[in-house]
Design a protein around this ligand. Structure first.
Ligand SMILES: O=C([O-])CC(=O)C(=O)O
Ligand SMILES: [Mg+2]
Length: 235
């Protein structure tokens, strides 16, 4: 397989990335109209960590990590490495040696749509990673591929320079042109949730806060006492 290594792609503004870093994946996904989320099979190796950074993308042959080596050179401060394969793979393409090289370059973490290994070491060294699988199965360095081209993971297109946010809930991608507006929408979403939280602490119900009693009525959902229901008075 031939390929291309694209150097110096445009990236989201660092200021916008920092603004997005203040919000969790669920908030950002909601702020984007429930788009941009990678699937739930991509899980964090660690717990309690959130990262935000700009994507450096890798399209690799399955079972082959040659292009990850090529990508390390393209990575710098504030980046997140995003790796996917041309067909599904769970092989352990990435481990603590790669993480050591990336940490040295200021990379914030890894998203890999394949397998990862050395997970204990990754946690110990504080390198944040999300993967589809954990597997000790090693890989070769034999086949071409591409770095910094658009890739698709779980139906989401990720372009180099897009913003990746990842936490315990999963991973979301924000197109670089939408970074600022998404940060603003995330702030509005958090303010709305803060209002709801304060009301719930006071005992208000979602049914009343969101006008859902009317909704239930419209849907034909009725109330019955236990006795009525047991006696067979079913709607
Ligand atoms: O070397 C590899 O092929 C992957 C790995 O385990 C590491 O990066 O430590
Ligand atoms: Mg290793």
């Amino acid at each position: 397989m031939s390929g291309v290594i694209v150097t110096d792609p445009p990236k989201a503004d660092a200021e916008d990335v920092e603004a997005l870093a203040g919000y969790g994946v669920a908030t950002v996904g909601e702020a984007m109209g429930r788009t941009g989320l990678l699937g739930p099979e991509i899980r964090p190796v660690q717990q309690g960590v959130r990262i935000a950074g700009t994507a450096v993308t890798v399209l690799s042959w399955p079972g082959d990590n040659l292009m990850i080596h090529a990508a390390v050179e393209q990575c710098g401060e504030g980046d997140v490495l995003v790796v996917t394969t041309t067909s599904p793979s769970t092989d352990g393409m990435f481990g603590e040696l790669f993480a050591t090289a990336l940490q040295r370059r200021g990379v914030r973490g890894l998203i890999i749509n394949a397998g990862i290994r050395d997970t204990r070491e990754l946690r110990e060294m504080g390198f944040a990673a999300w993967s589809r699988a954990v597997s000790a199965q090693g890989t070769v360095k034999a086949t071409g591929g591409s770095v910094n081209v658009p890739v698709a993971v779980d139906g989401q297109v990720i372009r180099p320079g897009d913003v990746i946010i990842a936490d315990d809930d999963g991973v979301v991608v924000v197109p670089r042109e939408r970074a600022r507006q998404t940060a603003e929408a995330s702030e509005a979403r958090e303010a709305k949730e803060a209002g709801a939280r304060a009301a719930f602490v006071e005992g208000q119900l979602g049914l009343d806060r969101y006008g859902l009693r009317e909704k239930l009525k419209q849907l034909g959902v009725t109330y019955r006492s236990y006795d009525e229901y047991s006696a067979g008075e079913r709607p």
